[in-house]
Design a protein around this ligand. Structure first.
Ligand code: ARG
Ligand code: ZN
Length: 894
């Protein structure tokens, strides 16, 4: 059941038109599907028409109005095959599906009282029989019929053609989408909703209607989403010259949703968590997430919908590119209205956040059993390939193209891509070809041949640097060497891997931290973009200074690679204090802390004592805390502890408790040494009581709340007082939740319980806030598997709502290192139980949870054995979903 990229075959038929009549009923929905079918080559012999279908009941089948004789077709649980289909014909299928019983949240399902759909990647086949693959594109006309009282709003893609009353209290709406689209972009929604709407004029003066639908009573919480949508429309016009092509663009919020959101043509369906916000219920992070996801889905209208994927191996064609676009959108929004220098630091802040995500989620993926290139070579279940690699590394690959080509040629390449492929279903190669065309126009002689390897090779390349000074000639030489051994399935194929094309933004500092200018045949600059396309290469620069230089490597994180350079602690502290690139400056401080934690973890394993933090490290944190010339949001990132996930990834043999202990130890050392500094920082970062999610205010809150957290550790008495006061007086959710988290994670039981109780009493009627209440408890340092099981007995807990399941189960398994990895193995057993229970309800979510064990084989022996047993337990279950089976069998095969 493995599907290979190289096995692609075109579908033998076109289906130019699809007409659906949907009689909505939660128990049983009847759908009449009318397809116009045309064989692609008229001369070919009569071929069978094979349609996909899942969990459907066939009621009637006619061809050109005549019922089909049972001998002319066959049906199994995945396919409907019509033998010897003529050169053309109209096929009509009447089928039934069961929306209320559909807990997978793929296809047509009921959430709350309303109907929603999710079709990407292969959900349309759960709605009706169809050629459910992205290279079959059709024009849809959709008739929706439902009880008018229960479902007053009836929505589908495109434009509303007509609506009318029917008998028995029912009504009908007919929607028509003028753009041919693959079935994965189909959507329908029916129910009772609040609607916020606005009309705006696009760049060419066309008037368009923007609408946001959400649960009754939530109108006041959709203002930020609407503002974000308007900014998205404007940004795509200004940065890429791309205009909204429909008369009407709708977003609907759903409580139960597997992922973040979905870019269905003209009718985006969103996880409510990425739509609803007000200062009382949403944090700064929520506000930022909403803007980013609204942007992301909106940008898909061009990169995804107008130009779509030929097959699912090409997923990164639309996802990598659209993530790159949403990252740039956020960066532009953060930098808007700032001075050049402030803008640089705001952009760096966004870059840091994105790199942290990449390292937490993608680097481990790239070294584990699910490792795959951004364009996978094979898969069993495509829904398992909506991964950090396809999305985040995919975006990094696009960013490298942007770095190599420059903004202008990159834009020319995008224009060329749309000129060539608008309205088509294409491949990643088609995209790179268009970019290469533009690249060559701007710089004759260049080639992306080596660059294309990023699409077919997995793994995180490791870059080793070495430097030599030649004082007599006044030059410095730097040599970069790359390596990337086979990972994941590459190992089984003993693949001969080739060198990557790696752009390395590089600079030098002298020992006092002053930038050294670099001269070569291209001119003089303080940052050079070096292109490594072979295993190893040396560059020599004439420099302005003598003496030992400190290299600043991978400025702006110019490639998704790991850098190895043997810095001394003092060199890292110089970089942290002085590098003129805000990203590498942040990196230096984090690297210093990471090295200390790794050493301390090793020490703890020998002696049961963590190592005390060095003076150098404490001074670096103090310098960051007191440097008021730095933007607050940037300082908050710089003074954070390195994340647990990045630390684990840096350990050859992973000892989670050692890492947790060493990390806590460093945090305590810094907190104790600098408690007065943190107190001052806390007091210095007040914001106006009128809430605004702008990046400056959000940065101040982030720094203030980080200081509060350190203070809770370094001076618990003062910290608790401040945290209690902040909790009681907070005028927004960001400050309230930060205070609650510090109180519950760093303080005694009595304080903890009363704050949690109060929070529940105040907010339990808001599902998204309740998720936060659950998460705070699931990530508490004293949480155990038993406590989590008890928490799941709470009447407000349900496994059926993915957000709720994530807020407890995923939070515990992914974000609670010491709790989940408790040496008694209870966490692993809990994990296995939950994977199995979820697998019956929602296989896609179960398979995500299954991935928690990806790195099991690299853990210390006791943990490793316990993890393996639990994996085997799951793998031995008889009726496991294909989704979960793929994950556990790949994990065990390693
Ligand atoms: N295309 C959606 C996005 O923008 C994700 C949809 C994934 N759906 C799924 N069932 N895995 O990112
Ligand atoms: Zn996407």
């Amino acid at each position: 059941n493995t599907i290979f990229r190289t096995d692609y075959q075109a579908f033998p038929f076109d289906i130019p038109e699809v007409k659906l009549i949907v009689e909505l009923d939660p128990v049983q929905t009847r759908i009449t599907t009318q397809l116009s079918v045309v064989r692609k080559s008229a001369s070919a012999e009569l071929e069978a028409l094979v349609l996909n279908g899942e969990d459907l009941t066939l009621e009637r089948l006619t061809l050109n109005g005549q019922p089909l004789d049972p001998s002319r077709f066959s049906q199994d649980d995945a396919r409907l095959t019509i033998f010897e289909f003529p050169a053309s014909g109209t096929l009509e299928i009447v089928s039934l599906c069961k929306p209320a019983a559909n807990t997978s949240l793929m296809g047509l399902y009921v959430s709350g009282e309303s109907f929603f759909t999710q079709c990407e990647a292969e959900g349309f086949r759960k709605i009706c029989w169809f050629a459910d693959r992205p290279d079959v594109m059709s024009i849809y006309t959709v008739t929706l019929r439902a009880d008018k009282g229960r479902y007053p709003t009836l929505l589908s893609n495109g434009n509303l053609l007509s609506s009318r009353e029917l008998d028995l209290g029912r009504h009908e709406a007919v929607w028509h989408d003028p753009f041919p689209k693959p079935s994965y972009l189909f959507a329908l929604v029916a129910g009772v909703f609040d609607c916020r709407e606005l009309t705006m004029r696009t760049m060419h003066g066309k008037e368009v209607l923007l609408q946001i639908y959400s649960d009754p009573g939530t109108f006041a919480q959709t203002g930020w989403a609407m503002e974000s949508l308007v900014r998205s429309v404007r940004w795509d016009e200004q940065r890429f010259g791309l205009e909204l092509d429909l008369d009407r663009f709708m977003i609907v919020a759903a409580r139960d949703f597997n992922m973040g959101a979905m870019e269905n043509k003209g009718l985006n369906i969103f996880n409510a968590a990425y739509v609803l916000a007000d200062p009382d219920t949403a944090t700064d992070l929520n506000y930022q997430g909403i803007e980013a996801v609204i942007g992301h889905e909106y940008f898909h209208n061009w990169t995804g919908n107008r130009v779509t994927c030929r097959d699912w191996f090409q997923l990164s064609l639309k996802e990598g590119l659209t993530v790159f676009r949403d990252h740039e959108f956020t960066a532009d929004m953060m930098a808007a209205g700032l001075s050049a220098q402030e803008a640089q630091s705001a952009r760096a802040t966004k870059r840091i956040d994105d790199v942290v995500v990449l390292r937490n989620a993608q680097f481990p993926e790239d070294s584990g059993p699910m490792a795959h290139p951004i364009r996978p070579e094979s898969y069993q279940s495509i829904s398992n390939f909506y991964t950090a690699t396809v999305y985040e590394k995919g975006s990094e690959v696009i960013r490298m193209l942007h770095t190599l080509l420059g903004e202008q040629a990159f834009r020319a390449g995008m224009d060329e891509y749309f000129r060539r492929h608008d309205g088509q279903a294409v491949t990643c190669d088609d995209f790179v070809d268009a970019m290469e065309f533009a690249y060559k126009q701007s710089k004759p002689g260049v080639s992306l041949d080596v660059f294309r390897r990023w699409y077919r090779q997995a793994g995180t390349p490791r870059l080793t640097a070495s430097m030599t000074d030649n004082p007599t000639e006044g030059t410095v030489s730097v040599t970069f060497t790359q390596s990337c051994p086979p990972v994941g399935v590459e190992k089984q194929h003993s693949l001969q891997k080739e060198d990557f094309h790696i752009p390395i933004k590089f600079g030098l500092l002298d020992e006092s931290g002053k930038a050294i200018l670099l001269a070569d045949s291209d001119g003089i600059a303080d940052t050079k973009t070096l292109e490594l396309t072979t295993q190893s290469k040396t560059w020599t620069f004439k420099t302005s200074s003598s003496g030992k230089a400190i290299p600043s490597i991978l400025r702006d994180f110019s490639a998704p690679v790991i850098v190895d350079y043997d810095y001394s602690d003092v060199e890292l502290s110089v970089l942290s204090a002085h590098d003129n690139n805000a990203f590498t400056r942040w990196e230096a401080g984090q690297e210093l802390a990471t090295r200390h934690i790794l050493k301390s973890a090793a020490h703890w394993r020998e002696t049961e004592q963590p190592l005390a933090a060095s003076k150098v490290l404490i001074n670096v944190w103090q310098a960051l805390a007191t440097d008021v010339s730095l933007d607050s949001g940037y300082r908050a990132r710089a003074m954070m502890m390195p994340s647990e996930k990045t630390l684990l990834e840096r350990m050859l043999v992973i000892d989670p408790v050692a890492i947790a202990t060493a990390r806590d130890g460093l945090k305590r050392d810094i907190a104790t040494a600098l408690s007065e500094v943190f107190h001052q920082t806390y007091l210095g970062q007040q914001t106006p009581s009128e809430y605004s999610p702008d990046p400056i205010s959000a940065g101040r809150r982030a720094l203030k709340n980080l200081a509060l957290n350190y203070l809770m550790v370094g001076n618990t008495e003062l910290g608790s007082l401040l945290a209690q006061a902040q909790y009681a007086n907070a005028s927004n959710m960001t400050d309230r939740l930060a205070a609650l988290t510090s109180l519950t994670h760093e303080s005694t039981n009595t304080l903890k319980q009363s704050a949690l109780d109060d929070f529940y009493q105040s907010w339990h009627q808001q599902p998204l806030v309740l998720d936060k209440w659950f998460s705070v408890q699931a990530t508490a340092p004293d949480a155990t598997a038993d406590k989590i099981l008890a928490l799941m007995q709470h009447p407000d807990f349900t496994l059926k709502n993915p957000n709720r399941a994530r807020s407890v189960i995923f939070a515990f398994c992914n974000q609670n290192l010491s709790g989940f990895h408790a040496p008694d193995g209870a966490g692993y057993k809990f994990w296995a139980q939950q994977v199995l229970t979820l697998d019956k309800i929602n296989p896609e979510i179960a398979a995500r949870l299954a991935r928690v064990m990806d790195l099991w084989s690299r853990f210390i022996p006791q943990a490793k054995t316990a993890m393996q047993h639990n994996l085997q337990d799951i793998a031995s279950q008889a009726d496991l979903s294909g989704n979960t089976l793929e994950i556990v069998s790949k994990a065990l095969a390693l």
